[in-house]
Unconditional design. Sequence first.
Length: 400
Amino acid sequence: MHTLGGKLWTRQYIMALMLTFLFFLSLQSLLGGFPIYVTALSDNPTYGGLMTTAFMIAAVISRLFLGFCLRYLNQKALLILSLIGMLVFIFVTTFTNSIVLFTILRILQGIAFGFITTLLATITTNLIPDHRLGEGIGYFGLATSVGTTSGPFLAISMINVYSFESVLYFSLILIIVITIGSLALKTSQNINQQTVSKLSIVESAFDSRAFLPCFLVLLFYFTFAGVVNFIEGLGSSIGVGEQTSLFFLILVAMLIIIRPFSGKIFDRFGHAYLIYSATIAAFIGLLLIAFAKGVSTLFIAAVFYGIAYGVMQPTFQAWAVRLVPKEKRATANAMSLSFMDMGLAMGALLLGIAANEKGYGFMYILSSLLAVVIFLLYFVAHIRRKTKLTLLPSHNRKAS
């Protein structure tokens, strides 16, 4: 399975990154714009939150059935079909003001989103030479993160200057461009389709070999939910609310700096150095947030947490993908993305309760302890693996 030949920066890989960036830009614009519009329309913030919840739950559930669908359609065909579905669902949205129809359409968009994100991840990872998997997934993660960060900013700007309809038309145009671009994508010919077709629904949705990195990324995104959702509230409580937006600028800057290097380190030395250092950085960053009394401490915290954020997601995803055979990469990618979404959803809920009951400082201390849990779980798994490898003959050892 592993080959040492092949370039990373091929036309197909660059195209896959561009399509991924545009897709996340499009859908994250809607994700940021929908709650604002629905809240204004209904005069009820609960309905605005419902749009996001319905979307994310549908995305997580849909990924469970992706492997099953790949029995009957190849990756490219299913991607294009999902994009056409997304195009139709967004187009229909322009003709309604009904909260019920909005919710139904967000569920359908969530299903398409779950399929498209996993298929783009799988098609991209299959284009990456095995010896540069960490670096390749690092750049893929960078494309998703820049799109995710830029989308809500563009949505808010367009709503303020024009209207929510402009966000819908912007997303429609991007989806049309992505659909046309996807026609030129080439999917891997090295996947054993006969093996895929024999997989049960459970085997298509879950692979125990990828569980540990996916569970660890869930724990990290639990802490990330606390940062994304509550850093502004903490900033207001210490009197620096207007400057908390700079926290995210520093976070993105660190992500852009760190991800290319972290991928190369993964490919050359494995994931141990990265995960140990990233969990320590996350612990320091979250503790600094918990005890922050001014903006300078928050900015230092952003540097440390930005290092962790730049390392964790692509490292865990690359590790999960490397643990499974090529025909199960869609399963590993689906698991990784779904565990991230579940971490965000559970973190926002449970950390929100903690912040409400005990305050932001206490909540961020709890988050820092999760970084310790990640460190300890990985340490135990790493020691067990090293012990197991020492008991194997040298010709039976393989990277894991």
